[in-house]
Design a protein around this ligand. Structure first.
Ligand code: AMP
Ligand code: MG
Length: 319
């Protein structure tokens, strides 16, 4: 069975073609970019409308597959107008090809595709993207969130810091480089039970910056502090759930200092740590196609979008 998946939740309009055995035939993406400023929903949706035909044409052409058996699309969570562009294109394709159509949850597809790309079987998942900071594990038939940020995601916190320091976007890689030359300064350490907060830390260091503190010291200390907080909560989740694997997912997982901290913590617990390959860390159609294949036994009653769907609303009976 071969599935074409369409991703359109946020900045990226992407499509991927994958087989049930996990072979990736093609992966085409077009990302909405700005010189300055963030994402304006209708502008992003316009972008997706402009590029969708080309992305779909390329993904089919590059795949060289003779037959597609299923169409999957991202039903949410995401930006409403963007989700509709994906849904409409998916409907049209399914009708043209005369094949079933299935809507899947975008966040779940990040997790399950993480299992496809790595050898992790039943890990504690650390989902660290721009907007998300969640510690997740499969328990009792659902992906449950054991810890999360109470304010902004770790990636967004790093991006906000970078903006304040005049480093540009994305901030994470630039902060990682500067941190190598920095020295320790004491910062607030903000873990509350299994949850974390980052806003206060960023406000504090931007204030220190105004008072003359060096960028390098700020970057080093923010990394050490925020990554320690994440590592502490992840270790507690491992112990509590009695699991032996950690899987890092999302753009922040590109950070070498963070992966090293998680690895060290895992060594101490005789656990293993994995990370999604960089190539697949960002939003793409492959993850949607793979999730579609996992759920291919299900018949979609009504194809729709669900901009606010959380992963713990979904029964995981497809793994
Ligand atoms: P995503 O939302 O999963 O596409 O991830 C994007 C986020 O990852 C942005 O907030 C980036 O600043 C962050 N990021 C990318 N590379 C790194 C890095 N080397 N260290 C820390 N954060 C990073
Ligand atoms: Mg995503």
């Amino acid at each position: 069975m071969i599935c074409l998946g369409i991703e359109s939740t946020a900045h990226t309009f992407g499509a991927g073609i994958v087989s049930k055995k996990g072979k990736i035939f093609s992966d085409v993406r077009d990302m909405y970019l700005t010189q300055e400023g963030g994402m304006i929903p209708n502008e992003v949706a316009e972008h997706h409308k402009e590029v969708k035909e080309e992305v779909i044409r390329k993904v089919i052409e590059q795949s060289k597959v003779k037959k597609i058996d299923l169409i999957a699309y991202s039903r949410g969570p995401g930006i409403g107008p963007c989700l509709h562009v994906g849904l409409n294109k998916a409907k049209e394709l399914a009708e043209d090809l005369g094949v079933p159509l299935i809507g899947v949850n975008h966040a779940i597809s990040h997790l399950t595709s993480g299992l496809l790309y790595t050898k992790a079987k039943n890990p504690v998942m650390l989902y660290l993207s721009g907007a998300n900071t969640q510690i997740i594990a499969l328990e009792g038939g659902k992906y449950r969130i054991f810890g999360e940020t109470e304010d902004i995601g770790l990636g967004n916190a790093l991006d906000k810091l970078a903006r304040g320091l005049g480093l540009g976007f994305p901030g994470g890689p630039k902060i990682e480089q500067l941190a190598k030359k920095g020295k320790w300064i004491e910062l607030p350490y903000s873990v509350k039970g299994m949850d974390v907060t980052f806003s206060g830390i960023i406000t504090r260091v931007l204030d220190l910056y105004k008072k003359g503190e060096k960028k390098e010291n700020i970057c080093y200390s923010v990394q050490e502090t925020c990554f320690s907080m994440i590592t502490e909560v992840t270790e507690r989740a491992l112990a509590h759930l009695n699991k032996k694997e950690v899987l890092l997912i999302g753009g922040v997982a590109a950070n070498k200092r963070l992966t090293r901290m998680i690895e060290k913590m895992c060594e101490g617990r005789k656990a293993k740590s994995y990370a999604v390959p960089l190539k697949y860390a960002g939003d793409n159609g492959v993850q949607i196609a793979w999730q579609g294949l996992l759920e291919s036994g299900r018949v979609e009653k009504k194809a729709d979008v669900r901009p606010y769907e959380r992963i713990d609303e979904i029964t995981v009976d497809f793994l």
